[in-house]
Write a protein that binds this ligand. Sequence first.
Ligand code: ADP
Length: 664
Amino acid sequence: MTIPLVTTIRERCRVCYTCVRECPAKAIRISGGQAEVIPDRCIGCGNCVQVCSQKAKQVRDATADVRRLLASGQRVAAIVAPSFPAEFPEMPYRRLLGMLGRLGFSVITEVAFGADLVADRYRRLLDGAEGRRYIATTCPAVVEFVERYSPHLVGSLAPVVSPMVAAARVARRVHGEDLAIVFVGPCVAKKQEGAEFGRGELDAVLTFPELRVLLSEAGLGPDSVVEERDFDPPLARIGGIFPVSGGLLRTAGIDDDMMTGDAVVVDGRATFVEAIREFEAGAIDSALLEVLACTGCIMGPAVTNRAPLFSRRRLVARYVKDRMAHFDSERWRSDMARFEELDLSRGFAPADRRLPGPTREELDRILARMGKVRPQDELNCGACGYDTCVEHAIAIHQGLAENEMCLPWTIDRLRDTVDALNMSHRDLAAAQDALVHAEKLASMGQLAAGIAHEVNNPLGVVLMYAHMLADEAGRDTEHGQDLALIAEQADRCKRIVSGLLNFARQNQVNRRPVELRELIEQALRSVRKPDGIRVRIEVAGGELTAELDRDQMVQVLTNMVANAYEAMPGGGTLTLSASLDGDRAVFQVADTGVGVPAQNMGRLFTPFFTTKPMGKGTGLGLAVSYGIVKMHHGDITVESNADPGAGATGTTFRISLPRQGRTD
Ligand code: ADP
């Protein structure tokens, strides 16, 4: 399996969609939260490599191949791209070439001579054009683009090899067919060209950063002392300016004047696709369209020098100028003549990678999925990496993009999720409070049960002896009456203790079928109704029954009724209701009283919590009720408002019990 030209380093990709935006071939698919390069669609322009701030795109590495070649004992040539002065401004070029020699390259030539030859072929092509229009093919990314995305233009691609291939053919002609050839340059797409078209012509394509790796491995730097040297012949004339935008035309002496209209130069990611589309539409009538994916090869993705365009241009121009100062035109002419008949032609094959688009209905459906129903919903914000929402939707249809890439849509969804999370967080917090409360009550129950057991027996003794002594003293005597008071208070203590035992669930539940309305009525009868209070009974449906411990449940309802009356000193309404909810019986006791202040809500069921004056409340009513309800495997909840500012005050207790008894 061949390694793809450009791949994503998963750990580094932050899915910012910058590469999606910058890819002229739309060869990047977002899937599973990763920006993945589709090898089939990639034209190797290296834009994604250049724009990724996370350095998450890696280019197929050739250093291992080159190391192997250099160690093989075979003669290896380095053919160096004319953009090299923009990459290595830190040392005289002769020193750089000396270092290449030190690495083991036995032949070092300049691709610029190949450019001279290629420029000559272009001139010949245009001379015989006879109205035909050509797209220049020195940029391999542009060639790949046309073959894949404008396949019917393949016949318009100038049938001339690139300077790299021309230089390789020249080197073999001069130094023998067994020469291994390594191209050194600024381009990612050249690796593809070297691997596919140039099969057998190039042995490896090394980028400038890869060459730097080899140099530093060999301990070679700008200050290294090496035997400086020049390029091996044949030497170039002005082919050296090839990597500057318009370099081909200038080298070939072709006029790129708009007035004469022989040729047009277009470069850069943003415009080259457009230029090809215009060429396709017949809007460009020049004989030659020189298109480059980068702003000249000096701005190629594998140039490490970050200097701006014009500084790089100056570096290349200065180099060419220096060389021209010692230019041997006689020799150049004879070299050109020597390779005049060298075959520099090539052909192209369409490799259609266009994907079918959606129908109008499919497009509308995809847009609707992203919440874009009306034209004004299409914000065309570009955050997804596509210029318009429609382009994004088309890419989704083609399997290249995902809904989630739409930022406004994702923000909306996130907002919903945050709301839902908040809600469940609140539910969780409430459940946690309830748990803590239940736990507290359970441990209090254990304590209460322990004390109750211990106190019960001595109380029995006190009670028995108080009665005996009272009988002995005579009930009418002063002593007898004192003793009767002791007995009465001891009796009260016993009731409290048995209440504690109820709370602690230490009693048995005696389940019998009971009628819910009857329980309510019995509870109401047990407490005297103060004046000014209206009582309503609401029992849904006919006769509602459940298996409950009648006495215990009456005790619960009585407690609630008594509390409700006391909460309505100025009168009000008490509503008692019973209903069935599936397999549960539900009682509600609602009053329009003063309510429970928020700070007391968590303490209502705690034993001995009371707000009533000494001697009036024991603080056991609700605790005991809680115990009874729990013994029935039921739930008791309370809602209350004590703040008149927040609405009508009042309290509602809700008791939900299983209708059928459980055996556990
Ligand atoms: P007690 O009635 O002896 O105080 P309870 O356990 O029955 O004991 O009630 C505890 C406390 O809960 C009461 O003192 C009161 O503050 C509050 N309470 C109970 N029911 C109501 C109600 N319906 N309205 C307002 N407060 C109530």
